[in-house]
Design a protein around this ligand. Sequence first.
Ligand code: NAD
Length: 700
Amino acid sequence: MPITAAANRLANLWDDSKADGMTEPEKLLYRSNLLGSDKRITNYGGGNTSAKVMERDPLTGAEVEVLWVKGSGGDVGSIKMDGFSTLYMDKLRALKGVYRGVAFEDEMVGYLPHCTFNLNPRAASIDTPLHAYVPKAHVDHMHPDAIIAIAASKNSKDLTATIFGNEIGWLPWKRPGYELGLWLGQYCAENPDAKGVVLESHGLFTWDDDAKVCYETTLHIITRAMEWFEAETRGKTVFGGARHESLGAADRRAVAAALMPAIRGMISRDHRMVGHFDDQPAVLEFVNAARMPELAALGTSCPDHFLRTKIRPLVVAFDPAQPDVATTLAGLADAVAAYRDDYTAYYTRCKHANSPALRDPNAVVYLAPGVGMITFAKDKATARISGEFYVNAINVMRGASTVSEYCGLPEQEAFDIEYWLLEEAKLQRMPKPKSLAGQIAFVTGGAGGIGSATAERFLREGACVMLADIDEAALAATSTNLISRFGRDVIRTARVDVTDEAAVIAAYAETAVEFGGVDLLVSNAGIASSAPIEETTLALWNRNMDILSTGYFLVSREAFKMLRAQGLGGSVVFIASKNGLAASPNAAAYCTAKAAEIHLARCLALEGAGAGIRVNVVNPDAVLRGSKIWSGDWLKERAAAYGKDTAELEEHYRQRSLLKRSVLPEDIAEATYFFASDLSAKSTGNILNVDAGNVQSFTR
Ligand code: NAD
């Protein structure tokens, strides 16, 4: 929401009946969660909170002062008690004795573990000194858009004085670290009545000796800034006015669907990126604005913002008044290359002898006039959050450029944060990516037994999954179940009939807008039918052909188009059937359609190989558990065909198999994962039977 639209004031959520019985650390947790619950107060992962608390020393039994402060990583909105680090205040004060000056401030981080109280394993953050040396029991450090708009204005010191008088002070830009901690301590000593400070280009500090008052001060200061901006910008032209008009919502998504796989292909050479599209009003106002290119080029200001978004976005050449996606796509490669060159030049200009190596030089944020904002990152959550951060940056630019002149951070300062050795150390500590990280899977029949087991297998390996199915209720149930375990970011659903060409095309476009493209297709949507040939109606024959052959053709064709647009290769897996190889009585339509699938896969393996697109087949047999096919007529028909009771059928199939084992959806999912992943990087045109052994289906 633009900071000028402070329609709802920040609500004071403090509840005495809850807080009164809490210990000070519990109140700190309570306050942190309340603050983090409103993104106008602080952005995701941004800011930190602390309390200085008297505790009993576990070794000496003496009462000692302990700093509880949000530890490294995490988010104040969702932090739990174990997210705080705890440090002896007397030891933190003693660090002043070993400080060798600002040129050596980074080494102070190495001393923080020596100050740990009670063997708390939570690593202390770089911001710890910013809390330690403020001589107040409670300190909030927040990144509210309304305050950063002040902090990123050219005359931010004067603005701070105008808005807050003596209540809130101002400190010039200083990279967060030990020196800034000392500055804050000195500021407090010199201004004992101040309730906080605005840090230039960065954010807000507020403090008090009482937890509730500290919380209320933070709210009150941010609300004041929001109200001031609202009054000050009312009726004014923002961002130099609109130069472009937005396309309609459906057209915006259609353009994004065309752009995203192309961009993804260009920036995913080292690892596959996942995309996010945002066309909320605040974004459209900015991308359509006359001053957008100039402001975007200045770069984001708050360090939190550009660590996620890179300093500046790439502005895509697109004119919504004369929409011509083909021309935009034709110029994209040069624009992406120019961005990379620019970023590499920035690295070369600013690097120090000991700087970490150049990181991925591609843009994170792509702005398309009339369309919206696209962001790309190594996973969906990061892409979404990067977009959220750029919206924060837009809010900041909106406020600052309307009341003053917006200033990005000086290039060298930005570089020194981006390539800070301490940031690099954080990156190095990140866990190794999972085997399907960054991969996007389109799973037809994704709400069925085998489809949902496959989706789950892929999600466990870090993929994003589009569940495509005709059954809306089953889709809802499957996605609710998977979201509860893997989170909302990585799962999307599309209601699609795979025999409907337009619906299939639309479902791929949706996948492109939601995730950025596609890497893996699991063509699995299916039915089963049984009838002697004389009783096989044309309708039954066509239904099998439509879903199992034509449906597999349509989803493959659209997958191939997108895979080729990306140019990154990919993997297609057909879930066919033992019956595609082995003839079966009274199921001619099904068996023939499944055989067609297998031959289609071979043809596509041939066509795709040159583009690195692999196509393989998994043949299940008798997967009774979890399968909807086996809950309907097919179950009765098969039981009748073998002269069995339906309850005996699973045992019948087990005994019929060579290995005398039941085949489960998870077994099919495992084989599908094998073909989807690089484990089978050198296989295409293959068939893997997962049928517990059946001599009729031995391939030759
Ligand atoms: P299932 O019925 O549990 O799942 C199939 C899914 O496909 C369902 O969710 C259904 O809604 C969906 N679907 C059906 N028609 C569709 C359409 N026109 N468009 C989009 N979605 C559609 O069955 P399952 O056992 O998980 O079967 C998955 C695949 O495995 C099928 O292709 C099936 O032929 C094949 N197969 C299954 C077995 C088995 O024993 N279960 C054996 C051999 C092959």
